[in-house]
Design a protein around this ligand. Structure first.
Ligand code: THU
Length: 139
């Protein structure tokens, strides 16, 4: 399931799912809607959006929602993840979400940054979170 060809085939669907999720964001404070989508080891795609809160620190990122959806559905590994947001700057995951992704991904796992027009830039987890700490450190 996780060979290179399969990853390539699922990337297009994962990006499309992240973009499709964006309008469901609840972002009344920032007005910055983000959609995220994960393809898991079974080929299933799970989406999430940012959900803000009047008590600002209680807001959660789109990536956190997509990870929760994956875990709820029985997925255990992130094969690829796409994040879609608007604006001139790339909507790259925040520091906390890089660590959240680290829990379920490999150094070479694709992190696909998109906007409403499609893919803008492709990173790996190791690009965004080098020398990271994860479950493998704990034995
Ligand atoms: N946000 C995400 O959901 N994911 C990202 O990768 C970057 C930022 C959200 C958090 C907050 O609701 C809004 O975007 C502005 O920071």
């Amino acid at each position: 399931m996780t060979d290179d060809a399969t990853i390539t085939n699922t990337i297009t669907d994962t990006i499309a799912a992240a973009i499709a999720a964006m309008p469901n964001a609840y972002a009344p404070y920032s007005q910055f809607s983000v959609g995220a989508a994960i393809c898991d080891e079974n080929g299933n795609i799970h989406t999430g959006v940012n959900v803000e809160n009047a008590a600002y620190p209680q807001g959660s990122c789109a990536e956190a929602g997509a990870i929760a959806a994956m875990v709820m559905a029985g997925g255990t590994r992130i094969i690829s993840i796409a994040v879609a947001g608007k604006g001139d700057m790339l909507c790259t995951p925040c520091g906390g979400c890089r660590q959240r992704i680290r829990e379920f991904a490999n150094p070479d796992t694709p992190i696909l940054i998109a906007d409403t027009n499609g893919l803008r830039q492709r990173f790996t987890l190791d690009d965004l979170l080098p020398y990271s700490f994860g479950p493998d450190h704990l034995g």
